[in-house]
Design a binder for this molecule. Structure first.
Ligand code: ZN
Length: 291
């Protein structure tokens, strides 16, 4: 079901003309745009990072490993899913991995920046992409799964976003979320990444439950690398005057391989049902009860 953001009318028509108030969303940079005022600039992210990300994601251990973890979570917890909507899809790297693995899944992606979407469009075929503010999602009981991967920490009103996700998910469906974890890892890297917070497991569980969901699984990941991560954050903090915001993405190929293998070992534990208590990030699966 679609929701008109002007008058609140619920409607099921194919096109986006509201049958009640006759309004329809604008098109910005070729994409259906539900929050055009925020499409080029907002305080959640630096749009200039997309080009950089687009170049490095496919080779970087972190993005590659996170994709494998998400693909596992999707097949384990939502084997029957027919539709998947990613909020904050950026350059579409996660969606392209999901499309390869689940070619029959109907895919939707949104980002608050239309710039990210034009990169995503190059990577994906047969997908609906639109510009949207996650605090105002124009759907109700529409999707089997909604994913938001390292997105919630960019938004002040994360609880509103979770409530909106709940509204947009079909009963029996659910969310897959990842967020950065542990306040003691907070550093200049978070500041440059436009983060509003890092989460504790307790905080995310509470917010997800308050939105109406039932949490079915949570684990930390990037756990074995936590000591190294902490060390790197301390060094970056001490040398903050010379901070290079893209240094996090430039990594020695040998280290990149070692880190990727380390995360593969972690993933093997997770697949066996282990839940890591600590780690740089947190993965959470939560479901909306069937009626
Ligand atoms: Zn309307």
């Amino acid at each position: 079901m679609k929701v008109c953001l002007s008058c609140g009318k619920r409607f099921a028509e194919e096109d986006w003309y509201c049958p009640s108030c006759n309004k329809s969303p604008k098109i910005v940079d070729g994409f259906l745009s539900f929050a055009p005022d925020l499409a080029a600039k907002n305080d959640g992210f630096g749009a200039e990072s997309f080009e950089q990300l687009f170049k490095v994601e496919a080779g970087n251990f972190w993005f590659r490993s996170r994709n494998k973890l998400l693909i596992w979570a999707l097949s384990k917890y939502f084997p029957q899913a027919e539709s998947f909507f990613e909020i904050g899809c950026g350059t579409g790297y996660v969606l392209s991995g999901i499309q390869r693995e689940f070619p029959n899944l109907r895919l939707y992606g949104s980002d608050i920046f239309s710039k990210g979407l034009s990169f995503a469009e190059q990577r994906l075929s047969d997908i609906s992409l639109f510009q949207m503010d996650a605090r105002r999602i124009p759907f109700e009981m529409e999707f089997d799964i909604i994913g938001a991967f390292d997105v919630l920490e960019h938004i002040d009103e994360d609880e509103v976003v979770l409530q909106q996700m709940f509204q947009a998910i079909k009963p029996g469906g659910g969310v897959i979320l990842t967020v950065p974890q542990h306040w003691f890892l907070w550093s200049i890297v978070d500041e440059y990444s436009f983060h509003k917070r890092r989460y504790t497991r307790k905080e995310l569980i509470k917010k997800v439950k308050d939105a109406g969901f039932q949490v079915v699984y949570a684990t930390s990941f990037v756990s074995f690398l936590l000591p190294l991560m902490l060390l790197s954050r301390i060094i970056r903090q001490k040398t903050r005057d010379n901070f290079d915001p893209v240094a996090e993405l430039k990594i020695n190929p040998c280290l990149n391989m070692i880190f990727e293998n380390t995360l593969a070992i972690e993933r093997a534990f997770i697949k066996c049902g282990f839940s890591f208590p600590a780690g740089g990030s947190l993965l959470m699966i939560a479901k909306r009860k069937r009626r």
